[in-house]
Write a protein that binds this ligand. Structure first.
Ligand SMILES: Nc1ncnc2c1ncn2[C@@H]1O[C@H](COP(=O)(O)OP(=O)(O)OP(=O)(O)O)[C@@H](O)[C@H]1O
Ligand SMILES: [Mg+2]
Length: 346
């Protein structure tokens, strides 16, 4: 079993072997928010790599730090420490001017497609805007590229160009948001709950669109969702977050069928099961509510809710260790046979 250094000082990637081929490398990302009542530890020592054309899913309960991780990567907030290396350049070390220059390489798409589009602007203006801000190229080139981006997301530029966002459905608005993200020809897309606000059939269309764009444009994607079944469907690998930390990271099928962290097993057990062979397995019962990130538990942050916790879990931070090929887990008592040991109450 190989060990990935972790814990308080520095948590390098759980995927160090692939670091050389990574388009995105996040290292030791730390984001805290100072509040009157204390400090929110929203993202603590988060590290991962994403390879070209790979989709990394990021899952976990509400408030575990998924959106904060993406926003910190985009430098929409000011992380305390860490590195966000995109195509070999650490975005956290750039001046604002340098960052503006690099921004087209990594774009973010948000959950609420209608709220994320300025209602007063026409679709054409909305899609053109990132190019206009960038200031490179002529107006004619901007128009051409915007029309190409709209076509790429399945919209007819001639039909939609002069219309306003409120004239479109949620699914169409999400297509417009994706066109806006694509127009600068990014290498990386950060998708934050991009299908959560859409109905199931439209969700499938948007997920298929992202998959097509990934292969046609060699995109590297971070896909955040609280819905593990959606993430399992779209991601090559999945990272599971709990209270600001990554507790498990593994190839998608491996994580889905052989979870090693009790928290991952609990998340999986919460998915309504259509497979009868899995329905008969015991549900994982996790006690209580997630603790406050204002005062996260010592040691493993999951230990107060974990039925498998032992003394060491409350005193030491577990390191990410390789439980199987490419499958890393931060746990002192991991499940060693996945779903077979789904009863974690003993
Ligand atoms: N700007 C901020 N100021 C203070 N606290 C914040 C801020 N942004 C996020 N937080 C806190 O950081 C923690 C992580 O929030 P985040 O939005 O990243 O969670 P999430 O995993 O995306 O949840 P959800 O699934 O509900 O979107 C939460 O406790 C949240 O209240
Ligand atoms: Mg969120």
């Amino acid at each position: 079993m190989s060990t990935v250094p972790n814990s308080a000082e520095h948590v390098p990637s759980a995927d160090v072997d692939r670091a050389s081929g990574a388009v995105v490398s996040v290292r030791g990302l730390e984001q805290r928010f100072k509040m009157r009542s204390g400090t929110v530890h929203a993202v603590s020592q988060v590290s991962f790599d994403i390879a070209r054309r790979e989709t990394l899913g990021l899952v976990g309960e509400s408030g575990c730090g998924k959106s904060t991780t993406l926003k910190a990567m985009m430098r929409l907030s000011r992380p305390e420490s860490g590195e966000v290396v995109v195509n070999g350049v650490d975005w956290l070390a750039l001046s604002d001017r340098e960052l503006r220059h690099c921004r087209p390489q990594m774009q973010m798409i948000f959950q609420d497609p209608i709220a994320s589009l300025n209602p007063r602007r026409s679709v054409g203006d909305l899609v053109l805007e990132p190019l206009a801000i960038q200031g490179r190229g002529s107006r004619v080139e901007h128009r051409e590229r915007s029309e190409q981006a709209l076509t790429a997301v399945g919209l007819d530029p001639g039909d939609v160009w002069h219309r306003k966002p409120h004239e479109f459905s949620g699914g169409q608005c999400q297509r417009i948001s994706i066109a806006r993200a694509l127009v600068g020809n990014p290498d990386v897309l950060l998708c934050d709950e991009v299908v959560s606000a859409l109905d199931v059939s439209v969700q499938a269309q948007i997920l298929n669109l992202l998959e097509d764009l990934r292969s046609s444009r060699n995109l590297t994607i971070a896909f955040v969702s609280h819905d593990l079944s959606v993430v399992h469907h779209v991601a090559d690998r999945i990272a599971v977050m709990y209270l600001g930390r990554i507790v498990e990271i593994a190839p998608s099928g491996e994580l889905y069928w052989r979870p090693a962290h009790p928290y991952t097993a609990a998340l999986l057990a919460a998915i309504p099961e259509i497979d009868p062979s899995r329905r008969s397995r015991k549900a994982v019962v996790v006690r209580g509510e997630p603790p406050s990130p204002l005062d996260p538990p010592t040691g493993c942050r999951f230990h107060p809710r974990c039925p498998r916790a032992v003394d060491v879990c409350s005193t030491e931070v577990p390191v990410l260790q390789e439980a199987a090929d490419g499958h890393f887990v931060a746990c002192f008592r991991p499940l060693d046979d996945g779903w077979q040991s789904v009863d974690i109450s003993t």
